[in-house]
Design a binder for this molecule. Sequence first.
Ligand SMILES: [Zn+2]
Length: 283
Amino acid sequence: MQHNNFIVSEYRNTICEQMMTSMQGFPTSVKVTPIPAFTDNYIWCLHNGTQAVVVDPGDAAPVLAFCKEQKLILSAILITHHHRDHTGGIAALAAAITDLPVIGPRGSHINGITKSVAQGDIVKLTAIGCEFSVLEVPGHTLDHIAFVGHNALFCGDTLFAAGCGRLFEGTPGQMHRSLSKIKRLPPGTAIYCTHEYTEANVKFALAVDPENEHLQAYSDWVASNRAKDTPTLPTDLTTQCNVNPFLRCHDNNVVKSVSQYAGLELSDEIAVFTQLRKWKDNF
Ligand SMILES: [Zn+2]
């Protein structure tokens, strides 16, 4: 098997360079397909007709089946964080494919990672002609990273359509900073989340922000997609900035609603985010 199908450059690129990378779409030969796993996970597969890269393979079986069916050679794995439903397939995939590069968060806590990366590193996936910058986005877990490039973001369990990840390890302040980092990406960035939680998230979002017309229209779109069992992902940053209460902690209606829920006068965005996350955890 080939060994040179990815390169990680370890230098801190400027935000400007990141934006340039993000603005270019995928090479025309590259498709991104969700491979469903477990109850509601998507393992995103980037493939160009011969080679494939998967993000967060919690289970090896559906990935191997997809590659076999599409006649693809798996050439690398990207990992966003340590949770089992994102990493459980690494061992079996590495056993099936010799010298498979597994690129993920630093720290030696995830078995099978062959190259650890951190904020600002560039991951070059030469097998499919793609290149991603690494963003550190702690909150859901402390090791959480995201991959941004080609006008797309693979964000694991940090941002969901109309929601965000639970705070298992990080603080609300960390998560709010991570989401703010995502908000600074170009507006049209496609967002590839790893769970189909959108319908439940929209119900909560409507409880928080019932007058939001963007959200009302989005709710109808989500319901019609889910009725046909069609994924609601990827979504895009502009849509999420319009409908996702976790990206709207500055919005007057969201502030009012969350303050009412908490019985507190909430004066800053992190305080609003903290209470909003608490509300969702108990919703
Ligand atoms: Zn997770």
